[in-house]
Design a protein around this ligand. Structure first.
Ligand code: ADP
Length: 987
């Protein structure tokens, strides 16, 4: 015996101690030979193993028998466990006496480890097999085998069930299969099966089968062809399974996406989605193209800001900011078109997650028509304002004229003519299926693996699909005893390739991370083959031809010794390839016969990936439209034209108080309050096909009628083809309120102009009349009459002056020119002064005017002149609205912090509903029959005065029961102030 490789020779004495040890012992146990001498082999074993082995050796030694390949475990000097195979024979000395044993130990550690690995794989396989049987049975996978030469098709039980037929009614002939197919798929499926048999192209397809009951089922089928030595196809083995449910789900999802898309394209509002960060437009509908006159592709190169004319951009952005805080519902702005014209729009904006990016979505409604109407109103309003200003200007001139009159009673005629001239203004179901049918696995490893792969990749989607693919790679890798089994996928443009899935055998390092985004042109030899759909089989990397120099270097650099790569055969270049490689050994366990199987595995895997990709695209598309649908602020709805029922509505209907479920399937017209509007809506829609900014009144859940603007159109529904009304509804109650206010203002101003003109004209005519008489007939009038005339002229001039004063005060307040100082005074004095002025008027009207003075002095802080103006108005009104014989009383009293001045009358009173309105400008609640003059400005001025200086005014009154106005002023003691002026009363 001699030492080879890891074998070492030894000899032990009668006691079993080493007396000679070969030097190779160092390679397996790490000790020098000398270190073993004098010690027994058991000294180098773990204690339990030492007991076991010494038992065996002991009984052999006793009967002097040879030791036949006894396996034993030893401890290496560095602590590792080493398996040795010990063989030995007894030796005798020259006298024939037993002298010990001599033998050879072989290190079999590595072989044992491999055997254990194999055993483990075997166990795993057995485990997979039994799970597979259960899974295959429950998953409904049918397995078939077609003997090509004998034209005999053999089906398992599930195949019969998948085709809905009884085994005894099946002829077993190939034609019987074809006859079970849907007529539209028959020709294609048969052709694909033929191609698989003749062209060596794997069979991986989908078709429909028609059960005898007439039910149609979608079937996924794949198969592999096995050949004899000469390359003649022998048989085809394949699987079938029912994917009807999945197909229906996919169809449904696709239909939903198409429906949402139609809805989105169908409404006349322009919808624009932009990235929050970059503001770039990422999506828009056809209406956006129409509105801007810019094509979708070009719009996507622009930012949302570029949609607005530069001069309104800031204001628009501020509007969006207010809208985002919920302060404002709709932003009005303009859109600039490609042709440079400007379109007025109302916009609602909201946040939306669009393909995982936070985006802003704006819904733009063209409001040209209502803007034109509003513009007309505005213009009328401006004209009115202009006339009003002219009137004011004329009034100022009049005042000047009045002063001249007082001086000389002249030039009246000219002023009057000037005045007159001025009087004219919007898993999938998932199943995780498992491995091989035990009998098939035992009988046909290939069929088993095939069924296994099909079972795993039948239905899963998303992450489950990733896991399933990795598992399938494991099955293929284990089956072929490869170290690594992986998938590479090309980018859509075919320029890059990445390792997307990988399985590694135990102890083999993963490489996926380092193999991402590799440029295709770095591997020209390799890619050339992949492009031609040719399998690449490299039994020995070191023997690669010179053309593959780059590839060789790359593979060697990664320690890869042999490999197989199988490109996808059906899809375009953008697919990828399935690969296997071996790192440690130069021999890959794969046989060339396995390549069709790998081809099939590759096709099935890429088939699943492509299906997943298109399903993912559908899901993304659906999710995008759904995101739009759910985030839109306007209410998005779909109504069946024939039945009038609401078939779809966005969750934003909650802003009208309803939940979606409350509205769905109800009659849409029930929610429109006004019957004429409803008729008009339907007939206009049928006439024109679409309506923009159509105003209607919508009933909210709380019963309120709200003005809404509708943008709707008639479209053909997907997938049912029924006519539908789709569109959006926008709450424009704010805009409407604003329009009403403008109209109300116009009405008030019209009233104002006529009453001011009237008020101005009355005193003016009387001044004119008396002054003319004085001028013409001064000689013939007695002094008493002249005095009377002059005093009438004087009184009327005072009236005129006070009216003009009111108008000017209002205009001063509005323009911010009114100045008030803070003065401290006793209110008794100014009140008495006003009472004195009005005393004569009260007497003339037969009204008792009472002034109740307080018993102590009160001091208030206020602008004294404006306080007099307040008292003049309140007492003036009390006298004006109290009939003859009535009583007007003014009283002052002090509470803790405030001093109150009350004006009481026994006059006509004010209806409770008017208590607030009488403080509005130009508002008068006097019945016109009473012919009480006035402008409706007095109390408005009073209110403005209190708003600017603090303090308050309140009213208590009932019709025909008199009125009580109470003014509250701050006490001087409480007004901690530096800028207060002590002032005497100006009378
Ligand atoms: P004007 O007196 O010029 O009409 P005001 O603004 O002073 O305007 O008053 C507004 C309206 O309030 C009056 O037109 C009248 O209807 C009502 N009003 C004010 N004071 C009284 C009062 N003391 N008694 C009854 N009605 C009053």
């Amino acid at each position: 015996m001699h030492e080879t490789l890891s074998d070492w020779l030894w000899q032990v004495d009668v006691q079993g101690n080493y007396i000679s040890v070969g030097s190779k012992v160092k390679e397996s146990l790490g000790y020098e030979s000398e270190e073993l001498l004098g010690k027994p082999p058991f000294a180098f074993m773990p204690p339990e193993e030492a007991v076991r082995v010494s038992g065996i050796f002991g009984s052999l030694v006793e009967s002097r028998q040879p030791i036949h390949a006894i396996e034993n475990i030893n401890i290496h000097k560095d602590g590792r466990l080493i398996t040795l195979l010990t063989t030995g024979v007894p030796i005798y000395d020259d006298n024939g006496a037993f002298a010990g044993y001599s033998g050879l130990d072989r290190d079999i550690t590595e072989e044992r480890m491999m055997a254990r690995d194999l055993e483990r794989l075997d166990n795993e396989n057995r485990e997979l097999s039994s799970r597979m049987k259960a899974a295959v049975d429950s998953a409904g996978i049918g397995i078939w085998e077609y003997d090509i030469a004998g034209s005999l098709l053999v089906w398992d039980d599930w195949m019969y069930r998948l085709y809905g037929i009884e085994p005894d009614r099946f002829s077993g002939a190939y034609e019987a299969w074809v006859n079970g197919l849907h007529p539209d798929d028959m020709e294609r499926a048969a052709r694909e099966a033929d191609e698989a048999m003749t062209g060596g192209k794997p069979f991986d397809t989908e078709f429909r089968v028609v059960h005898p009951s007439g039910d149609v089922h979608h079937i996924k089928a794949s198969a592999v062809v096995l050949y004899d030595e000469a390359g003649t196809p022998l048989k085809m083995i394949g699987t079938n399974y029912d994917i009807t449910k999945r197909r229906h789900l996919e169809d449904e999802l696709a239909a939903k996406a198409a429906q949402l898309h139609a809805l989105y394209e169908g409404i006349p509002d322009a919808i624009v989605v932009a990235d929050v960060e970059t503001k770039r437009i990422v999506h828009c509908n056809h209406a956006a193209e129409e509105m801007t006159g810019v094509g979708v592709a070009d719009l996507k190169l622009r930012t949302i800001h570029s949609l607005h004319p530069a001069d309104v951009l800031d204001e628009t952005l501020q509007g969006f900011e207010r809208q985002s805080r919920g302060v404002q519902r709709v932003v009005e702005s303009e859109v600039i078109t490609a042709a440079g014209s400007r379109i007025p729009v109302s916009i609602t904006a909201s946040g939306v997650l669009f393909g995982d990016r936070p985006c802003l979505m704006g819904v733009f409604r063209d409001i040209t028509e209502s803007k034109e109407a509003e513009q007309a109103i505005r213009l009328a309003n401006q004209q009115l304002q202009a006339s009003e200003q002219q009137l004011m200007a004329a009034n100022q001139q009049l005042q000047a004229s009045e002063q001249q009159l007082m001086a000389a009673n002249q030039q009246l005629q000219a002023s009057e003519q000037q005045l007159m001239a001025a009087n004219q203004q919007l898993q999938a179901s998932e199943q995780q299926l498992m491995a091989t049918n035990q009998q098939l696995m035992a009988k046909h490893g290939v069929q088993g693996l095939l069924a296994n792969i099909s079972a795993y990749l039948m239905t899963p989607v998303g992450e489950v699909l990733d896991e399933s693919i990795e598992h399938v790679l494991g099955l293929v890798g284990s089956f072929t005893k490869a170290d690594r089994c992986y998938i590479f996928q090309f980018t859509d443009d075919g320029m890059m390739v990445s390792n997307t899935y990988e399985w590694c055998a135990a102890g083999v390092a993963a490489k996926k991370h380092g193999l991402q985004q590799l440029a295709v042109d770095e591997f020209p030899w390799w890619m050339e083959r992949i492009k031609r759909h040719e399998p690449i089989f490299i039994p020995n990397v070191s023997a690669l031809p010179v053309e593959a120099k780059l590839e060789k270097e790359y593979l060697e650099h990664q320690d890869i010794r042999s490999l197989v790569a199988v490109p996808v055969s059906t899809a375009g270049f953008s697919g990828g390839f399935l690969g296997l490689d071996r790192v440690n050994s130069s021999v890959l366990n794969i046989h060339e016969d396995h390549i069709p199987l790998l081809q099939l595995a590759s096709d099935i895997i890429f088939g699943s990936l492509n299906r997943e990709k298109s399903a993912q695209q559908i899901r993304e598309r659906e999710a995008k439209y759904r995101a739009i649908f759910e985030s839109i602020q306007d209410v998005y709805a779909e109504v069946n034209l024939a039945t009038g029922t609401i078939e779809e509505i966005s969750p934003s209907i909650s802003s009208f108080g309803y939940t979606r479920d409350e509205i769905l399937h109800r009659q849409s017209l029930d929610y429109y309050v006004n019957p004429e509007e409803r008729d008009c809506l339907i007939s206009a829609l049928v006439d024109r096909g679409s309506l923009r900014d159509f105003e209607a009144h919508f009933l909210t859940k709380s019963g309120e009628s709200i003005t809404v603007s509708l943008a709707i159109s008639l479209i053909k529904g997907v997938p049912d083809g029924l006519m539908k009304i789709v569109g959006t509804m926008r709450d424009i109650s704010e805009r409407k309120k604003h329009e009403c206010q403008i109209q109300e203002n116009i009405r008030l101003k019209n009233d104002f102009i006529s009453s001011v003109s009237h008020e101005l004209r009355t005193p003016l005519f009387s001044i004119l009349g008396f002054s003319s008489t004085l001028l013409k007939e001064s000689g013939s009038l007695d002094p008493a009459t002249r005095l009377e005339f002059t005093s009438i002229i004087h009184d009327e001039s005072v009236r005129l002056s006070s009216l003009i004063e009111d108008i000017l005060t209002i205009s001063r307040i509005d323009s911010g020119k009114a100045k008030y100082s803070r003065q401290i005074f006793d209110p008794v004095k100014p009140v008495s002064a006003v009472v004195a002025i009005l005393r004569r008027q009260a007497e003339e009207k037969g009204i008792e005017l009472v002034e109740e003075k307080p018993d102590r002095e009160h001091r208030v802080v206020f602008d004294q002149d404006s306080f007099k103006q307040v008292m003049m108005n309140l007492l003036g009104n009390a006298l004006k609205f109290t009939p003859k014989g009535g009583r007007v009383k003014v009283s002052i009293s002090g509470a803790e912090e405030m001093v109150s001045i009350t004006v009481d009358d026994t006059g006509i009173g004010i209806a409770a509903s008017d208590h607030e309105k009488i403080f509005d400008r130009f508002y008068r609640s006097v019945p016109s029959a009473l012919q009480i003059e006035g402008t409706g400005l007095g109390l408005a001025i009073v209110k403005d005065i209190f708003e600017m200086q603090g303090g308050s005014i309140g009213v208590q009154s009932e019709l025909d029961r008199g009125s009580q106005f109470t003014v509250l002023l701050k006490r001087a003691e409480d007004a901690a102030d530096e800028d207060v002026v002590q002032s005497p009363v100006t009378e």
